[in-house]
Design a protein around this ligand. Structure first.
Ligand code: OGA
Ligand code: NI
Length: 371
């Protein structure tokens, strides 16, 4: 059975130049042929097994931010946002104003894509020297453990960054759904970015200026097939996002995302129609560590496949990212990260497997053991 996703051919140096990843099988396709199989390459080391205590799962919830208050400039909500970013690095956003219909269309478009026959999906396969398209990323060695998911990653904004050769344009409604969804995410992202700016002691447009204008955007659509042994595999390995921040839309009825909080893994129970937001590495760096990009992972289950849609917001490639002046104080808050061109940071991230926060050492001024 031929299940390799990537075409393995070379695609003239990818437009992004962010990196590459080795070709891997489609786990969805493997499961279509034998849903009981758990290939050795997907079984993680004992120490990584996805175990969490039931008590914790029931008792802890990530903060909830009411976007309508934030957009009105409500001071209490801004404070809540500050604490959510500082203490959790993750929060769920409700009342964001995006019509349910737009979210539903987006989810349906992604579900329809993954339901396509494999031969059809392969038309949008990543080239080996690119990170965009259908396949998987962060695979740098044939010996590395693989994650129990397939994905399609597309650059969405600015619109000139769109490479339509990777877009499933023959799928009715996909392009429209993604474009509309992308616009809505951008609006939310701009408001969040303005709030982060103010919380870092800048003007509302401070971070926008420091990031080289409008935030850039890419959307990663993940498909997690069911697994007969969810105790042995990971849907996505622990990592932090190399973004400014990320907006995640997930299925309402399947829990899979878990975040690291005080050394425990805390599941994020979806609030219907909400978005999960997490701080990415670029914001951790710019805030000089006040806000942390938190490690997260996804687990699988035996009953229902899960789909999630991660909208990554990031600075311009050529922009230099570093702790902003207002967040540095030589006495109490010395500079923890060096200034670094964003594209260099991203290339470092894509040249490694997902391994918690190991890649963030690249930007740290002093090497610490705190991954
Ligand atoms: C990601 C991610 C989590 C999820 O795509 O970066 O962390 O729940 N996804 O799918
Ligand atoms: Ni992530």
């Amino acid at each position: 059975m031929e299940v390799r996703v990537e075409n393995g051919g070379s695609y003239e140096v990818g437009k992004s130049g962010w990196g590459k990843s080795l070709p891997v099988p489609s786990i969805q396709e493997i499961m279509r042929s034998d849903s009981q199989l758990v290939p050795q390459r997907y079984i993680h080391e004992n120490k990584d097994w996805p175990i969490i205590s039931e008590d914790l799962a029931d008792s802890l919830e990530i903060p909830v931010i009411d976007f309508s208050f934030l957009a009105k400039g409500d001071e209490d909500e801004v404070q809540k946002l500050h604490l959510a970013c500082k203490d959790w690095g993750f929060f769920q956003v409700i009342n964001h104003g995006v019509k349910e219909e737009i979210l539903d269309k987006m989810k349906a478009a992604v579900a329809a894509f993954f339901e396509l026959p494999f031969q059809e999906k392969k038309k949008y396969a990543k080239a080996e020297n690119e990170i965009e398209g259908y396949g998987q990323n962060f695979v740098v060695s044939e010996h590395q453990k693989l994650d129990w998911s397939d994905m399609i990653y597309l650059f969405t904004l600015p619109s000139q960054n769109r490479n339509f050769k990777f877009w499933p344009l023959s799928l009715p409604g996909f392009k429209e759904a993604l474009e509309e969804y992308s616009r809505e995410m951008q609006k939310i992202a701009e408001e969040l970015q303005a709030n982060f700016s103010v919380l870092m002691g800048l003007k509302r447009d401070g971070l926008k200026r420091l990031q080289g204008g409008e935030l850039k955007q890419g959307i990663r659509m993940n498909y997690y097939p069911i697994c007969s042994r969810p105790d042995l595999v990971l849907g996505i390995s622990p990592h932090s996002d190399g973004t400014s921040f990320t907006l995640l839309l997930q299925d309402d009825d399947v829990t899979g995302l878990q975040i690291k909080h005080n050394e425990d893994w805390v599941p994020v129970k979806p609030i219907p129609n909400s978005l999960v937001v997490n701080i990415g590495d670029a914001t951790e760096i710019q805030s000089n560590g006040m806000y942390k990009s938190i490690e997260h992972r996804a687990v699988t289950n035996e009953k229902k496949p899960r789909i999630s849609i991660a909208t990554f917001m990031f600075p311009d490639d050529e922009q230099e990212i570093g702790p902003v002046e207002t967040m540095i104080d030589d006495q109490n808050h010395p500079k923890l990260y060096r200034n670094i061109k964003y594209v260099d940071y991203v290339r470092e991230k894509f040249s490694r497997k997902m391994e918690g926060k190991a890649h963030t050492q690249f930007a740290k001024l002093r090497t610490t053991t705190n991954h």
